[in-house]
Design a protein around this ligand. Structure first.
Ligand SMILES: [Mg+2]
Length: 371
């Protein structure tokens, strides 16, 4: 089986009427790039034996059947980014993948990083590498007729899930029903943003949320990189007193020594990693003892191949990992790694993820399909 064609599609998001806001950024709308990777007929599939496996590409009347793997990269802001990424995928990355066997996905991943090293494989380049990596694993899962977490070697069939619903653009009064809805949907943990101009405002918001979620629901807080080390330690001690479950991204993501200083001065678990690129940057964070839990992002970390390596590296340091963002790819990864702790997601949408006792159930579709 070989990759025969790669199709990229840009979808622009209209500007949001009410942009979501964290302490650092306003998410006014951006868009996404979808990649479809087409293969030649697979020796593992025949037209007769297709069963429920989908989506599939069949050459008209030939009886030959190939597979379509899908990946995507989403931008919450910067409307020009999807078009930029499309050019990068079409002109630089796709030619490296076309003609290759999708089962050589790890070799292809290394080649994509090496071939883009001249201008850097981080930044937007990694968004493209990640989307292709997702599509290739999707093909391998479909070819084998199993969800990827089974393909990789399953550790579990569910993982605790929390709802990231407490954006900073919501007033204190708006926050309460939003958190109530998360509990009604079956979540037993919610995350809210902090990093208001004053600590007093943060405290007021945390107390308000706690008043509706009760003492048994876990409450994570996320500062999106806005503090100094000193301010992070000052506020972190207060979040800790208020019973918060973890303190996320208090300072700029690449200040590894700063993270180590904060971790050494707080008892509340320190979580970070959504803005790190590739296993190399996670190595820096972990060797300097800068986190108690790591949170790779599917796009920035570099796709499933890279996240598997990051999760295993965290395991070697005795640390858990949680996803930054949700979806079926992350859920498959969490179900195939022994140190997985949490799936991050928004509200349940279209019935997904399916929650049971506060846990998200593993998707059962081949590749990365939900079912
Ligand atoms: Mg975050």
């Amino acid at each position: 089986m070989k990759v025969t064609q790669i199709e990229t599609t840009v979808t622009l998001s209209p500007p949001r009427d009410k942009p979501l806001r964290d302490a650092l950024q306003t998410l006014s709308g951006g868009g996404s790039v979808t990649v479809k990777v087409y293969t030649s007929p697979s020796p593992l599939l025949s037209k007769e034996g297709l069963g429920e496996v989908a989506p599939l590409l069949s050459k008209e009347g030939s009886g030959e059947v190939g597979i379509i793997g899908t990946g995507s990269a989403f931008f919450g802001r910067i409307p020009g980014a999807p078009k930029t990424l499309k050019v990068l995928i079409d002109e630089e990355l796709a030619p490296i993948v076309i003609g290759r066997d999708p089962f050589d996905v790890r070799a292809i991943h290394e080649d994509l990083k090496r071939e883009t090293e001249y201008h850097g494989f981080t930044g937007i380049t990694m968004f493209g590498i990640a989307a292709l990596d997702v599509a290739l694993w999707d093909i391998v899962g479909q070819a084998c007729g199993v969800p990827c977490y089974k393909l990789w070697g399953a550790c579990r069939d569910r993982v605790p899930a929390y709802a990231m619903v407490g954006w900073l653009n919501y007033t204190v009064e708006e926050l309460k029903p939003i958190c109530e809805r998360a509990l009604k949907e079956g979540f037993r943990a919610v995350k809210m943003k902090v990093g208001c101009p004053t600590l007093e405002e943060d405290v007021q918001r945390i107390v308000a949320v706690r008043s509706v979620i009760g003492k048994d629901t876990k409450l994570m807080v996320d500062a999106n990189q806005v503090f100094t080390v000193a301010e992070a330690i000052r506020r972190g001690k207060v979040y800790e007193e208020l019973g918060c479950y973890w303190f996320e991204e208090p300072i700029p993501a690449h200040d590894y020594d700063g993270y180590a200083e904060i971790a050494a001065n707080l008892t509340i678990p320190l979580a970070t990693g959504e803005n790190l690129y590739g296993k190399e940057e996670f190595k820096e964070l972990l060797t300097r003892k800068g986190a108690d839990l790591v949170q790779p992002d599917l796009r920035r970390a570099g796709g499933p191949t890279e996240i598997m390596a990051i999760a295993q590296m965290a395991a070697a340091f005795g640390l858990p990992w949680a996803s930054h963002g949700g979806g079926p790819v992350m859920l498959n990864l969490l179900c195939a790694t022994p140190n997985a702790a949490w799936l991050e997601t928004g509200f349940v949408s279209g019935g997904k993820p399916i929650l049971e006792d506060g846990c998200a159930l593993a998707p059962q579709g081949a590749g990365f399909a939900w079912e």
